[in-house]
Design a protein around this ligand. Structure first.
Ligand code: 5AD
Ligand code: SF4
Length: 449
C-alpha cells in the first residue's frame, strides 16, 4: 500500500480487456496491483495517463482487434505525448518483445504471470525505458491479491480458481500463453467468496481453463473440484455458484451428483464439444469420442433433468469433411444445446495443428459450415426457450434492461436471460418469474410476487 500526500495527483489508468472471462478476472488483479501503486481507474483512454490493453490470442481476429485498437490510440498519443501504453495478457506472452518492433506505440509488455512485477516495470518506464516481462510461472495464482471489482454490477463476480492449461488441444494457443496448470489454495477461494457475500454479491463463477482438473494437496488428502464447489456453495445459501469451463474428458459423475444435490449450485454446464466427428476430435487431441461426450450429456440429463447446457464449436478444422461437419450438426440436434459459442477454425502459430496439420478447408467452406451451425443453434435455442414458456424460474435480478428501462433482467439457474416488467424489485433480489413468451435469445416473463 502506498500513502499519497493529499496534494499529489493520482495517476489515471484505463484498462481495456479483450478475450475470455479469465482475462476479465486478471484485469481485476491488475487493477488491484495498480491501485496499490497509487493509480486510479478512469473510464476512458482519453482521460488516462496509462492505458493497459489486456489481450487475447485465441483466434487471429482477436489479435487483429487489438492491433486496430492500437491504431486508434495513435492519435491520442500524439495529443498526449505523456500517455503510456501497455500490452498485457496472451498476446503479450505470444509475441513478446517482437511487439515493440511491430507496434512502436507500446511501452510495456507483461504476460499473464507477470502482474506482480508491474510496480518495478512502472519504475523502468519512469526512467524512460520500455519494459517487458513474459516469464511463465508454475506456481503463480495471485491467491493473496484482492481483485478490484471495477465495472462490476455488484451482484456477480468471477473467482479465479486455477490458471494455465496443459491439455494441448492441437488448435489452441492457451497452453503456450498461459503456461502449466496450477490450482489455487481453497482457503483463499472460500475467503474470497465470503468477502463477496459480505459485500452483497449474490453470484460467483469459479473460473479456470479446465475446472474439472482442479487439485489441491492438503496434508495426506487431495481436494478436487466437487469438494471445492461444495465448500464455496456452503458459504451462503443466498449465493449462487457457477463454474466454467469443463473439459468433457474430466467431467465426473461425482461432479454431476454434487450439482444435482446442492440447490445453490446452478444447474448449468458449459461443456465444449468442438466437433461431433471422432476423426476430427482425434486430430484436435481432445481425448474423448463422440460416444463419450453423448454419454456425459445423457448422465447430466438423467441426474439433472432441467440442466442448462452450452458448448463451443469449431467449424472447418484441418481435414474436416462434409461428413464430419454433418456429424457435428447431428450431435447438436441430439444434445439440444441451449446456447453455443461458434467459431471458424483459425490457425495459430506454434500450435500442434499449425505445425503438423494442413489448414485445408477453404475459407468459404469454413464460413458456410459455420453459418449452418449458427442457424441450427438458433433453431435449437428457440425450441428450448419455447419449452420454458409456462414454467416458473427463480431469477437473480442483475439490473434494468438496456433496451427498455421499465424492464428488469436477470438469469435463471440454467443461465438463460429472463426479462420482466420491473415492479418493486431491485438488483440482487431473487424473484419467481413465470415465462410468458420468448425469442431465440431471451425469455420474457412476469414476476409472481
Ligand atoms: N480457432 C477457432 N476457435 C478456437 N477456439 C480455441 N482455439 C481456436 C482456434 N484456433 C475456441 C474453442 C474454445 C474456445 C474458447 O475458443 O471452441 O473452446
Ligand atoms: Fe484468449 Fe485464451 Fe488467452 Fe483467454 S486464455 S485471453 S481466450 S487466448
Amino acid at each position: 500500500m502506498v500513502f499519497l500526500h493529499p496534494y499529489v495527483k493520482r495517476m489515471k489508468l484505463f484498462i481495456e480487456t479483450f478475450g475470455c472471462q479469465m482475462n476479465f478476472s486478471d484485469s481485476e488483479v491488475v487493477a488491484s496491483v495498480m491501485n496499490d501503486q497509487g493509480y486510479e481507474l478512469c473510464g476512458s483512454a482519453a482521460e488516462a495517463d496509462l492505458v493497459f490493453i489486456n489481450t487475447c490470442s485465441i483466434r487471429e481476429n482477436a489479435e487483429q482487434r487489438v492491433r486496430k485498437r492500437l491504431r486508434e490510440l495513435k492519435g491520442l498519443k500524439k495529443k498526449h505525448p505523456g500517455l503510456r501504453i501497455g500490452i498485457l495478457g496472451c498476446m503479450a506472452e505470444r509475441l513478446r518483445e517482437q511487439l515493440f518492433d511491430e507496434e512502436p506505440l507500446v511501452d510495456l509488455i507483461a504476460g499473464p504471470d507477470s502482474y506482480r512485477k508491474l510496480p518495478e516495470m512502472l519504475q523502468e518506464l519512469d526512467e524512460g525505458r520500455r519494459t517487458a516481462q513474459v516469464l511463465l510461472s508454475e506456481e503463480e495464482t495471485y491467491a493473496d491479491l484482492e481483485p478490484v471489482r471495477y465495472g462490476s454490477n455488484k451482484i456477480s463476480a468471477y473467482i479465479s480458481i486455477m490458471r494455465g492449461c496443459q491439455n494441448f488441444c492441437s488448435y489452441c494457443v492457451v497452453p503456450y500463453t498461459r503456461g502449466r496448470e496450477r490450482s489455487r489454495d481453497p482457503e483463499s477461494i472460500v475467503k474470497e467468496a465470503e468477502r463477496l457475500v459480505a459485500e452483497g454479491y449474490r453470484e460467483v463463477t469459479l473460473l479456470g481453463q479446465n475446472v474439472n482438473s482442479y487439485q489441491w494437496q492438503q496434508g495426506d488428502s487431495v481436494i478436487l473440484f466437487p469438494e471445492l464447489l461444495t465448500r464455496v456453495a456452503a458459504v451462503s445459501d443466498q449465493l449462487r455458484v457457477r463454474f466454467a469451463t469443463s473439459h468433457p474428458k474430466d467431467l465426473s459423475d461425482e461432479l454431476i451428483d454434487v450439482i444435482a444435490a446442492t440447490p445453490n449450485i446452478c444447474n448449468h454446464i458449459h461443456l465444449p464439444v468442438q466437433s461431433g466427428s471422432d476423426a476430427v476430435l482425434k486430430r484436435m487431441n481432445r481425448r474423448y469420442t463422440r460416444a463419450w461426450y453423448l454419454g456425459r450429456i445423457a448422465a447430466i440429463r438423467e441426474k439433472i433433468p432441467d440442466a442448462g447446457l452450452s458448448t463451443d464449436l469449431i467449424a472447418g478444422f484441418c481435414g474436416e469433411t462434409e461428413e464430419d461437419h454433418r456429424l457435428t450438426l447431428d450431435l447438436m440436434e441430439q444434445c439440444r444445446f441451449d446456447f453455443a459459442f461458434m467459431f471458424a477454425y483459425s490457425q495459430r502459430p506454434g500450435t500442434r495443428a499449425a505445425e503438423k496439420l494442413e489448414d485445408d478447408v477453404p475459407d468459404m467452406v469454413k464460413k458456410g459450415r459455420l453459418h449452418e451451425i449458427i442457424t441450427l443453434q438458433q433453431r435449437l435455442s428457440h425450441t428450448g426457450n419455447r419449452k420454458d414458456v409456462g414454467k416458473t424460474f427463480e431469477v437473480l435480478v442483475e439490473g434494468t434492461s438496456r433496451k427498455s428501462p421499465d424492464q428488469m433482467f436477470g438469469r435463471n439457474g440454467q443461465n438463460k436471460v429472463i426479462v420482466f416488467p420491473s415492479g418493486k424489485h431491485k438488483p440482487g433480489d431473487y424473484v419467481e418469474v413465470k415465462v410468458v413468451k420468448c425469442t431465440s435469445a431471451t425469455l420474457i416473463g412476469e414476476a409472481l410476487e
